[in-house]
Ligand binder design. Sequence first.
Ligand code: NDP
Ligand code: OXD
Length: 308
Amino acid sequence: MTLLYKSDPERGSAWRALFADQAPDIDFRLWPEVGDPAAVRYLAAWAPTPDVYAGLPNLEILFSVGAGVDQLDLSQVPPSVTVVRMIEPGLTDGMVEYAVFATLALHRHMLDYIDAQRQARWQSIRLMPAATRRVGVMGLGVLGQAVLRRLATFGFPLRGWSRSPHVIDGVDCYAGRDQLPDFLGQCDLLICLLPLTPETRGILCRETFDLLPAGAGLINVGRGGHLVESDLLDALDDGRLSGVVLDVLNSEPPPAAHPFWWHRRILLTPHVASMTRSDTGAAALLDNIRRHQAGQPMQGAIRRDLGY
Ligand code: NDP
Ligand code: OXD
């Protein structure tokens, strides 16, 4: 039984070593050394092209090496293949770390202070207690909930929004489009941790910004496709938004002339909020393979009809 890996080669070598040690019964192959294509039942990859599936007649599971699956063209994945996204503690920890950093950066006016420093201005802004800064998270999945748990320790009043209803201790939960305006109206700081699907594409747009309290902050760690960039620039220009942290963009990297590079109210990072970690990611993959072999449900199997 073969597991074929087709993604970052450095991580692939680390995973192969770990599988050789902990799962010698699994033939771990690094693309392009496929071996017998008929023996490949598992494929771990980021964004394989359709010809890859065509060459693997007995493929059963496609494991995304990342948390998202929007990079896959699901319509091209054979219907018999189960698609599983990555859920692993290292990836979750990284996202929690970044979301806390970005939240505190906006909460503590870091964009203003970076600006002031560049202009040699020593000027303080009145401290706002965390208890008066309402933080809302779009997406109450594995990452959204982990972020909320950690943010709770700072005392921010918390709310969250998802597709289906949730009950989470200490978090005011909203669900569905009908409840979106109520949710947004109480988010001084909005964090997007949604998957990119046809329903969520472009959700960070003018209508959404109009519903936020004036001068709200925004953090997008979901996908660039969630954001309508021109609407964001308008909202920053007229003060509807006061500061933005973006880790993901429609085009990564953005072109040299992209206005976000120099915008004083935007902090940009190159899609590094979190990453699948070699050690914990391999352990999660192996755990899922063992679950599949034992006929148990795997962690992170997606619903293709929903796209996440
Ligand atoms: P999950 O699948 O666990 O959670 C997704 C959440 O989004 C769920 O709460 C779901 O609702 C909600 N959701 C989905 N569709 C809608 C909708 N139409 N309306 C309202 N809510 C919706 O995903 P994760 O938490 O693991 O990951 C989220 C995303 O984070 C990834 O898809 C990826 O895009 C991004 N990411 C970014 C990284 C980076 O470095 N920037 C790294 C890792 C991930 P429900 O609970 O009802 O199903
Ligand atoms: C992911 C990512 O989805 O790195 O894991 O963005």
